[in-house]
Design a protein around this ligand. Structure first.
Ligand SMILES: [Zn+2]
Length: 73
């Protein structure tokens, strides 16, 4: 997976990879007690428009999916 694809937003190939730490919160007051899901992905940032892309690892992805179910039910 290389960062050679053009940016989804502006089409620029002026992108760089970074290491990120991202705490994903479930939105809304009803989710205020839910724990933050931390992910440490490799970020691809477009240096022209600022769009950042990253993939959530599978384990954390499951937490997010589960959290959504709980919020809906
Ligand atoms: Zn861009």
């Amino acid at each position: 997976m290389e960062a050679s694809l053009p940016c989804n937003s502006c089409g620029s190939v002026n992108q760089s990879k970074f290491s990120g730490e991202i705490g994903i919160h479930f939105p809304g007051l009803k989710n205020i007690d839910k724990p933050v899901v931390w992910v440490f992905p490799e970020l691809v940032v477009c240096l022209d428009c600022g769009t950042a892309q990253f993939a959530v690892p599978e384990a954390e992805l499951r937490l997010l999916a589960k959290g959504d179910d709980a919020a809906a039910g």
